[in-house]
Design a protein. Structure first.
Length: 154
């Protein structure tokens, strides 16, 4: 009899920990979604010739990202000029935006990596959104907006 009581206690203990672990997994999944979800209603005009400038403009538009970035710079004991970002480089077929960089951006911030994504919207001279990926788009795109920016750290 004592053996079965001990086995019952072990099963009860194990199921309590299973509930705790399941709760932690759900919390972690929710946190990951929260940290990587797009921020609705925010669009930032990119500076294709300067990845660092675009990332800093996105950080200025998103207070939580700005706070995290400043804290990381402070913890790493480096300045904003020591941060290095690079993005997806546009090819020479993009008349006005040739060799500019767009999302996703990968930034080396000391020992950590910041990844900023959110898509790219290409605009013509009048600010009209270009939607077809064809030669006319490549010829007429003069600006890039980054709608729904989000980020994560590695």
């Amino acid at each position: 009899m004592p053996h079965s009581s001990s086995a019952l206690s072990l099963r009860a203990w194990g199921s309590k920990w299973l509930v705790v672990l399941l709760g932690c997994a759900i919390f972690a999944a929710g946190s990951f979604y929260f940290l990587t979800r797009p921020i609705e209603g925010v669009t930032v005009r990119g500076v294709p010739s300067c990845a660092n400038c675009t990332v800093l403009a996105i950080a200025d538009a998103l207070p939580d990202l700005r706070h995290e970035l400043l804290n990381t710079l402070e913890k790493e004991n480096i300045g904003v000029n020591d941060m290095r970002c690079s993005g997806h480089m546009l090819g020479r077929q993009w008349g006005h935006l040739s060799y500019g960089e767009v999302t996703p951006f990968y930034c080396q911030v000391g020992s950590r990596t910041l990844i900023v994504d959110g898509g790219n919207t290409y605009l013509d001279q009048e600010g009209k959104k270009l939607t077809s990926y064809d030669q006319a788009m490549y010829d007429n795109a003069v600006a890039v907006d980054h709608p729904l920016p989000h980020w994560k750290w590695k």
